[in-house]
Design a protein around this ligand. Structure first.
Ligand SMILES: [Zn+2]
Length: 258
């Protein structure tokens, strides 16, 4: 939080984020960038994980000019009509002249500001490579935990950092030295984590088959929360923008146990 020192245009804001995240380099399930247009002058920026009604209502309270999120709207396969919940969210944005900007995979993958990089810093993981070998902009990483610790101790660390009890599949005593991680709902990448030689794969969510896969392939799995693992990219991007342009910035954490 800081006093507004400056106002920039929405064009400048979008250009600055485009320069950092390079969204054109990703094949994504949603449009990345300005999703709903509002006023042309930006002084106050709200960041949050998901563009829910609660986040938009908080933005209205803060008199925000723009909301920047990881999970926006217009996902592939979703009903395109502006009715019901989607109508109410977008009407609130438009009635209050608030811009909505959303960045999905580009915000997972950014080597500094991204969800995976930020989570690694918080958990004390050293990035050694991408979860998809040979991929120029990998979503998810593999790296080391220094010094190695038992699965139970690592679980305790994750709980303290994220303020949420993770679900650990695998025994408590195994020493964890090599970790693969991918924020959000990346449980489907578990076999890539095995191929990368990880002792433990951490993601946000878990599915029923994940447990059997982990047991049969001999890897520990940790579900640390989709929301909890994806708070930090958008927050870091907001802080970077606030420092760069002298904007007022508030990260608003709308609690989500998943
Ligand atoms: Zn996500």
């Amino acid at each position: 939080m800081s006093q507004a020192k400056n106002t920039i245009t929405i064009k400048q804001l979008v250009a600055a984020i485009t320069g950092q995240l390079e969204p054109s380099q990703f094949q994504d399930y949603c449009p990345n960038g300005l999703q709903v247009q509002g006023g042309s002058e930006i002084k106050t920026l709200i960041t949050g994980v998901t563009a829910s009604q609660a986040l938009i209502d908080a933005a209205v309270k803060h008199n925000a000019d723009a909301v920047l999120v990881h999970h926006g709207y217009f996902w592939k396969g979703e009903d395109a009509c502006l009715t019901g919940m989607k109508y109410r969210r977008i009407k609130t944005l438009m009635d209050n002249n608030i811009n909505l900007l959303a960045y999905h995979l580009p915000l997972d993958a950014h080597p500094v500001l991204g969800n995976n990089s930020q989570l690694a810093q918080l958990l004390g993981l050293t990035v050694e490579g991408g979860l998809q070998p040979g991929e120029a902009r990998p979503v998810g990483n593999v790296g080391s935990l220094n010094p190695p610790m038992s699965a139970a101790d690592f679980s305790q660390r994750v709980k303290q950092v994220l303020n949420r009890e993770p679900l650990l599949i695998g025994d408590d005593e195994t020493m964890i030295a090599r970790v693969a991680w991918c924020t959000g709902a990346a449980q489907g990448y578990i076999e890539q984590a095995v191929a990368a030689g990880a002792d433990l794969f951490l993601s946000g969510e878990i599915s029923e088959p994940t447990v059997h896969t982990a047991r049969e392939l001999g890897i520990h799995y940790m579900a640390a929360g989709h929301h909890a693992t994806e708070r930090y990219g958008v927050k870091a991007l907001g802080e970077w923008l606030a420092a760069e342009f002298g904007l007022v910035h508030h990260f608003v954490d709308i609690d989500n146990p998943v």
